[in-house]
Design a protein around this ligand. Sequence first.
Ligand SMILES: *Cc1c(COP(=O)(O)O)cnc(C)c1O
Length: 401
Amino acid sequence: MWSRRHFLETISALPLVGGFTAASTARAATAAGRKGGRDYFAELGVRPFINAAGTYTAMTASLMPPEVMAAINYASTQYVMLDELHDRVGQRIATLLRSEAAMVTAGAASALTLGTAGVLTGTDRQKTVDLPDLSGMKSEVIIQKSHRFGYEHAVRNCGVRLVEVETRDDLERAIGEKTAMMLFYNNNNRVGRIQDEEFAQLGKKHAIPTFNDAAADVPPVDNFWKYTGMGFDLVAFSGGKGIRGPQSAGLLLGRKGLIEAARLNAPPNGNTVGRGMKVNKEEMLGMLVALELFLAKDHARENREFERRAEVIRSSATAVSGVNAEVFVPEIANHVPHVRISWDGADEATAAAAVIAMRDGEPSIAIRSEGNALVVGVWMMQPGEEKIVARRLRQVLEKKG
Ligand SMILES: *Cc1c(COP(=O)(O)O)cnc(C)c1O
């Protein structure tokens, strides 16, 4: 007789459900079966993959360590007052990161919105209700032209207008009565005419708060205090990238009065620009524990492991004739070893096709292409997966060569 369970098993084993191959379904089911639980992704027809790309939101970025999950589970069984937890977790994080104050946000983008909101409203409750209507508030945020970036919307959510400048003289001329804040995109430090330290000093000179978006810029760990130490009034980090906290968490560090003001623009306060950026108690504890683990970690040792994985992939790729590969470390964001792979006659289309072949293969592997090259990030892989990635890449590259 067909039990419901038998029926579901049969359905989920069909090759065409959600584009699954029977083999990958079986593999996933075995993995879940080992843990004795439901295989939710298989039930939904969602296909997991090896992350050989990096901390990309679309790929769900990073995996949380068991200690973080333990904190999340712990928090899920008891009620506490949200503001009280916010206060205590914020104080703990501020101490750990040598900042005057800190808060957990719903990601770095949320930190950008809430920090900007705090700068605009201060502790005036009416202003937190009025945003993004800026009547009676300042309305301009200065940014270097070379720092325009893909997360500005988080700042503009508060109703402000971005004012572009290039040189120090431009910037000083642009400062006026409407200037609320100066925004800095940390990854573009060297590209801009005004670099981090000078930018922070200019803010101080003109009494304009400065905000540095350093979302993806740990490791190294000391970046947590480098920029506040330099004089930036606010600094944002993602919680779910290198720190491996909840994907929906982040950190806003900075001056006490500004963090207090940012908090007023966030839940539990209801009628605010940040109301949709709730951080629940589970994420708050998860973020704190992820940060503690990240700080306690032997980063030099971990980096040697990343170098080793990168070398496994590089040497396997270059064994294919006509293929070139090199290990590189991005200077600021994602400052860990990556592998760049290209081949004779490579172009954007063949590189993109190789990404798809890897994603559609068995097992599914996510990598990225950049122009004519493939880029492999090794830090979000699970231990041992570098061998699987190296083998599959070689198969795909052999077809190109
Ligand atoms: C990833 C990123 C963000 C967004 O971070 P979330 O934590 O996903 O909100 C913002 N700014 C920069 C520079 C980033 O790299």
